[in-house]
Every structure is written in C-alpha cells, then in structure tokens.
Design a protein around this ligand. Structure first.
Ligand code: COA
Length: 176
C-alpha cells in the first residue's frame, strides 16, 4: 500500500510546486534531479515544457519523450518528490549517464521510504509504456539513491567517471 501517488503536474499545483522548489534552494540544492528543469524555469513555462515533452509531436527541442510526475502524499496532497521517466535513452547523455529515470525527494521528507515508493511506482509506469528494462545512474557516493535502486531490484553493471570526473554507478532493473 503506497502513501504516495504519481500525479501529472497541472496549473493547480503552481503554489505548492513553488514551495517545493524553494525548499531545495533553501537547503542550498540548486539542482532538482528528475525535474526536467523545474529548478530553472518559472512554473508556467515548465508546465508547457513538460507537457510538450510527453508527446513526440510537440517535443521540439531534441529531448526524448518523457513523463514527469509529482509524487503527492495521499493524506494531505503535499508534493513529496518529483520523478521523470524517459521513454527511451536514444540520446548520448542518457545512454551513457542519465538513464531512463531521475528523481528527487524534498529535503524535509527524506529517509521516510518515499524515494523507494516513487521508484516502484515509476517502474510500474515504465512497464505500462512498454519498457522491459530501465537504466539508472547515480554518483557512487549517493548512498540514498544507491539503496533506493537496490531495493527496487537494480543490478550494478558499471562504475565509471561522470562528466565531472566523479565516479558514478550504472544500474539496470528488469521489469518483466
Ligand atoms: C536520494 C534520495 C532520492 C533518497 O530519498 P529518500 O526518500 O530519503 O530515500 P528512502 O527513504 O526511500 O531510502 C531508501 C534507502 O536509502 C537509505 N538512505 C536514504 N538516504 C540515505 C543517506 N543519506 N545515506 C545513507 N542511506 C540513505 C535509507 O535508509 C533506505 O535504505 P534502508 O531501507 O536499507 O534503510 C534523496 O536523498 C534525494 O532526493 N537526494 C537528492 C537528489 C538525488 O540524489 N536524486 C537521485 C539522483 S540519482
């Protein structure tokens, strides 16, 4: 039984999404993983961006088609995290480093099992769009993400330098 559900962002999430974003910035986290640029764009522009990204006919910037969801807590509708599921990794960066799925949990809600729930829900979505296996990448010292991926069945296949030369791990999860 999940406390969270993956919800497509709408204009109604504007205030709660701004508050979600500010919590990362207040904790000095300037990058929000798996947010498809929520960390860089205003909410309305971001909503257009992710809406276009969902559809091959409206995606115009050479990004791969992807689905970005808020992970919302059912009991109080609070946005707990964000997760991005790419339909393919037919892009050099994604196939080498980024993989199919990126995610982040807001700082105040970490270590409560939410990333694990989010990834499990995202894997169900990945399966529903026809993926049979997914790749994930994370820094080799990101123990929270490593444990999350392992708990969801991730198998370490490679360790290599990321573009900033820091070591990173590549995992694959079979969905069948
Ligand atoms: C990584 C991140 C998503 C983990 O989220 P979370 O909700 O705290 O994770 P969970 O509560 O589901 O924990 C999953 C496992 O990781 C462990 N864990 C979580 N944070 C950890 C940390 N900082 N150090 C060590 N272990 C950690 C938990 O104990 C749990 O393992 P266990 O069940 O064996 O005890 C979160 O820290 C985050 O958003 N970080 C910034 C963005 C990021 O790194 N995204 C991933 C990019 S690849």
């Amino acid at each position: 039984m999940y406390d969270l559900e993956l919800v497509r962002p709408t204009s109604g999430h504007k205030n709660s999404a701004d508050e979600f974003k500010q919590e990362f910035f207040s904790c000095n986290e300037k990058v929000i993983n798996g947010s498809a640029l929520l960390d860089q764009l205003g909410y309305d522009a971001w909503l257009d961006h992710i809406t276009n990204l969902r559809n091959p006919e409206t995606e115009k910037n050479g990004w791969v088609v992807s689905d970005t969801f808020f992970a919302v807590r059912k009991s109080d509708s609070k946005i707990i995290g964000i997760i991005d599921i790419r339909h393919n990794i037919g892009d050099e960066f994604l196939s080498k480093y980024g993989g199919h799925i990126g995610y982040a949990v807001r700082p105040g809600e970490r270590r409560k099992g939410y990333a694990t729930q989010m990834l499990k829900l995202a894997l169900e979505h990945a399966k529903s769009i026809g993926l049979s296996r997914v790749m994930l990448g994370c820094y080799s010292d990101n123990w929270g993400s490593i444990r999350t991926i392992e708990k969801c069945g991730g198998v370490l296949t490679e360790t290599k330098p990321y573009i900033d030369e820091k070591p990173m791990n590549i995992y694959w999860i079979e969905l069948s």
